[in-house]
Design a protein around this ligand. Sequence first.
Ligand SMILES: Cc1cc2nc3c(=O)[nH]c(=O)nc-3n(C[C@H](O)[C@H](O)[C@H](O)COP(=O)(O)O)c2cc1C
Length: 178
Amino acid sequence: MILLIHAHPYPSHSRGCRALLGAVREVPGLEVRSLYDLYPTFDIDVPAEQAALARAALIVWLHPTYWYSVPGLMKHWFDVVLTRGWAYGKGGDALAGKPCLWATTTGGQPATYAPDGLHRLPFDDYHAPVEMTARFCGMQWLAPFVLHGAHSVSETELAAAAQAFRARIAAHAKDSDA
Ligand SMILES: Cc1cc2nc3c(=O)[nH]c(=O)nc-3n(C[C@H](O)[C@H](O)[C@H](O)COP(=O)(O)O)c2cc1C
């Protein structure tokens, strides 16, 4: 099973994440958990989340980049679901070895993530907190999938990104069948 954790506070206003999610919804074996639909009051069902993670052969995190990081409910999900003794620490090996694919969209164009750009640093430099969350839990960190300029890319570019995302996920679906 491929588990996709989707965290978008305003899915009906989404362009980028919506296209990425739409492209993979029909991938066989994919289970989507949209956190803002499931937990509008932030009252996360931790056993249900952990059970879904335990069943997953691939874990995908999909969200828009907010303040160089994850939306609030995704951060809260990290805080309460990835617990000591379960995800890390003594006996905390529930996620060990599971591949993790981080997929995010940004408002900023690629050129804004450069020393002379608005965001000053390459986008790779902003990976660290999410990457280390996965690695701290023993997960296998895959090359992230990033769609920059999600508001402004053309329809053709958006469709191409969505298909590329689908290909990344479908490749795993195939691997886990083998
Ligand atoms: C609260 C907030 C914070 C944001 N922070 C960033 C940011 O740090 N870097 C960036 O490039 N875009 C930022 N954006 C823009 C979003 O990343 C962008 O709207 C989103 O990725 C577009 O995807 P969507 O169409 O699925 O909503 C921010 C937007 C909001 C509302």
